[in-house]
Design a protein around this ligand. Structure first.
Ligand SMILES: Nc1ncnc2c1ncn2[C@@H]1O[C@H](COP(=O)(O)OP(=O)(O)OP(=O)(O)O)[C@@H](O)[C@H]1O
Length: 260
């Protein structure tokens, strides 16, 4: 499968002489794959997202998204990457429908046809009848659904979810995770998701990557490793150990923790 996202020995420093936020980061995400990244605070997850979005420049190494450099070839990726963050980032003075239409206005592709698609998308994310509501009239979960529809409106090939369900109560988060996954699969999208929830990662990902400071991969777990409840428990423990920064040597090459 072709790689939708590829990091090769990437380094990122915020200023000369400062410790790197990302040291030597190499990983890839295949087209159509759903990868979750977990890792303790400050290990460079959001910095990696900014590099993917072309919002920051790597200090070394190579970042490729859909085969191009996201910073140098920013225009070639317009509308091809959708993002959902922990906060909805909706414009409070615009209705739900008009918020969904923002990316189309930036791309200058707003038309009666695309407006009809926005209405359809709001329906798909469970907001039929709320098109004319303003953000302050909607619950947190509903606002995050608007943000999801806004991310999907350009039919992006890649979806980035950076703690997208982290601020919601568990029932709302579970419903939204289900819708997010269903829509991403139906659209054949590549998903890169950052989460602090191991259950979320294990329930949604095809593969889980563990980052540690400074920005590098210290564990990798394909779904085939957590098919049975016992395997899931073992992988969960291995993930917790890696995130807690316990010796990498305690976790074997398959990502499974060795008995002490
Ligand atoms: N704009 C910036 N200027 C200077 N340092 C930064 C900047 N952005 C991030 N950093 C530093 O880079 C490191 C990685 O930060 P980053 O936000 O990528 O981590 P994270 O894994 O996303 O953390 P969290 O899980 O808490 O969101 C941290 O030490 C942070 O202080």
């Amino acid at each position: 499968m072709p790689e939708a996202i590829a990091f090769t020995q990437v380094e990122k420093r915020f200023g000369k002489g400062r410790a790197p936020a990302i040291a030597d980061l190499s990983f890839s995400v295949s087209a159509g794959e759903h990868v979750c990244i977990v890792g303790r605070t400050g290990c460079g997850k959001s910095t990696a997202v900014n590099l993917i979005l072309g919002l920051a420049q790597a200090s070394g190494g190579k970042v490729r998204v859909l085969g191009v450099d996201p910073l140098r070839d920013f225009n070639r990726l317009r509308g091809r990457i959708g993002c959902v963050f922990q906060t909805d980032r909706l414009l409070p003075w615009r209705t739900a429908l008009d918020n969904v239409l923002v990316p189309l206005e930036i791309l200058r592709t707003r038309s009666p046809d695309t407006e009809a698609q926005a209405v359809e998308l709001l329906c798909k994310v469970g907001l039929a009848g709320h098109e004319q509501a303003y953000p302050q009239q909607l619950s947190g979960g509903m606002r995050q659904r608007v943000a999801l529809a806004r991310a999907l409106i350009t039919r992006p090939e890649v979806m980035i979810a950076d703690e997208a369900f982290g601020a919601l109560d568990e029932v709302t988060a579970a419903a939204l995770r289900g819708d997010f996954q269903r829509i991403a699969k139906a659209h054949g999208q590549t998903v890169l998701q950052i989460t602090h929830s191991l259950d979320e990662a294990l329930s949604m990902a095809d593969r889980v990557l563990v980052f540690d400071r400074p920005g590098r991969v210290v564990g990798e777990f394909p779904r085939a490793q957590w098919e049975t409840p016992a395997q899931r428990q073992a992988v969960r423990q291995a993930l917790r150990a890696l995130i807690a920064g316990e010796a990498e040597a305690d976790v074997d090459a398959a990502g499974v923790r060795r008995a002490a």
